[in-house]
Design a protein around this ligand. Structure first.
Ligand SMILES: [Zn+2]
Ligand SMILES: [Zn+2]
Length: 357
């Protein structure tokens, strides 16, 4: 079928919206008409990596309507409203024990840009193959072919075009707090970086009943937003004595990936405390004693099983306890380069592209 997609042909160049042709969904796959697609930091981080196949369609926070299913698909049907999350194999030890973010095939299915077997079902207008399976979806397009396994069916009364970010960035921030760090009522947590992932963590910490929620960011506007969303204190990341300003907390969560910030996130932990990392920006070096009685781990997708966690976030949103829509600004698909610029500058916390407009 014919579709339109924002294609990256050169890592250093802007996206171009072009006509593409998509093969019908194969076994275990579904064709989704994309209603909205969030732009996640990972899209921008990977656009410059030489090992990725080009041309390529990014986008991994898509939501939309199932139009067609391939052979053997039983869990979703045409007409279903779905959120597209990360992909996993379903059969490895990690998948079978509920730890799908650490699936044996996670990298091949999410970061390669193509199917796990290396194939792609998309071609551009001159017949050249286009990598179109980024995170099992490549949703910066009017249509995406996903897998049955990375789809989460949602209620048709919801604002479908806004839900895509629940499948990655928001799930990562909220899952890290509610599942990975298992923040308990009365606990204290410091969140470093108040972008979409960090603000999701702030909202989740409030849901968890944390007494103290310290948000740290360089942008005053984001500190302000963090306070509105549940932070009890918001600190400027440029403070030369940030460790003292934060004080001692039970948990910390770094979304920046900046080594100096990660060292601060570890230094503010009480013995027995735990620190979660989701950003990568360089190597960290620490004396082993910096981890005395403390736990440090890198987290994928908030340790969440999307079919369970996305509906939970939607329930919390309906109750007014996870107002993620406040982070979103929408753009038409052909304004994708404006969305990327606004995300990089901090002007927009979470851009969502609307391919149907
Ligand atoms: Zn697996
Ligand atoms: Zn993401």
């Amino acid at each position: 079928m014919r579709a339109q997609a924002a294609i990256l042909r050169d890592p250093g160049k802007p996206f171009t919206v072009e006509d593409v042709s998509l093969a019908p969904p194969g076994p275990g796959e579904a064709l989704v008409r994309v209603a909205g697609a969030g732009m996640c930091h990972t899209d921008m981080l990977f656009r410059g990596l030489a090992e990725l196949p080009m041309p390529m369609v990014f986008g991994h926070e898509g939501s939309g309507v199932v139009e067609e299913v391939g052979p053997g698909v039983t869990r979703v049907a045409p007409g279903d409203h779905v959120v597209m999350s990360y992909d996993s194999c379903g059969w490895c030890g990690r998948c079978l024990t509920g730890a799908a973010p650490y699936c044996d095939e996670f990298m091949a299915r999410n970061f390669s840009g193509v199917r796990a077997d290396g194939s792609t079902g998309a071609t551009c207008s001159v017949g050249e193959p286009v990598a179109a399976r980024w995170f099992g979806q490549s949703s910066f397009a009017t249509h995406a072919v996903a897998t049955e396994r990375n789809l989460v069916v949602v209620d048709r009364s919801l604002p479908l075009e806004l839900l895509g970010p629940l499948g990655c960035g928001l799930q990562t921030g909220a899952g890290s707090v509610l599942i990975s760090l298992n923040v308990r009522p009365g606990a204290g947590i410091a969140v470093f970086g108040a972008g979409a992932v960090g603000l999701a963590a702030v909202m989740a910490a409030k849901v968890a009943g944390a007494d103290e929620i310290v948000a740290v960011d360089l942008h005053a506007s984001r500190r302000e937003l963090a306070l509105e969303l549940g932070a009890t204190r918001a600190l400027d990341g440029a403070d030369p004595d940030l460790v003292a300003a934060v004080g001692q907390v039970d948990h910390s969560f770094d979304t920046t990936g900046v080594p100096a910030v990660i060292r601060t996130a570890i230094a503010v932990l009480r013995p027995g405390g735990s620190c979660g990392l989701v950003g990568t920006g360089g190597e960290i070096t620490l004396p082993p004693t910096a981890l005395t009685g403390r736990t440090l781990r890198f987290i994928f997708e908030g340790d969440a099983v999307p079919q369970e966690f996305v509906p939970r976030l939607i329930r919390l949103w309906r109750q007014g306890r996870f107002p993620f829509d406040r982070l979103i600004r929408t753009y038409p698909l052909d304004a994708i380069n404006d969305a990327e610029r606004d995300s990089a500058s901090g002007a927009t916390v979470k851009p969502v592209l609307l391919p149907g407009t």
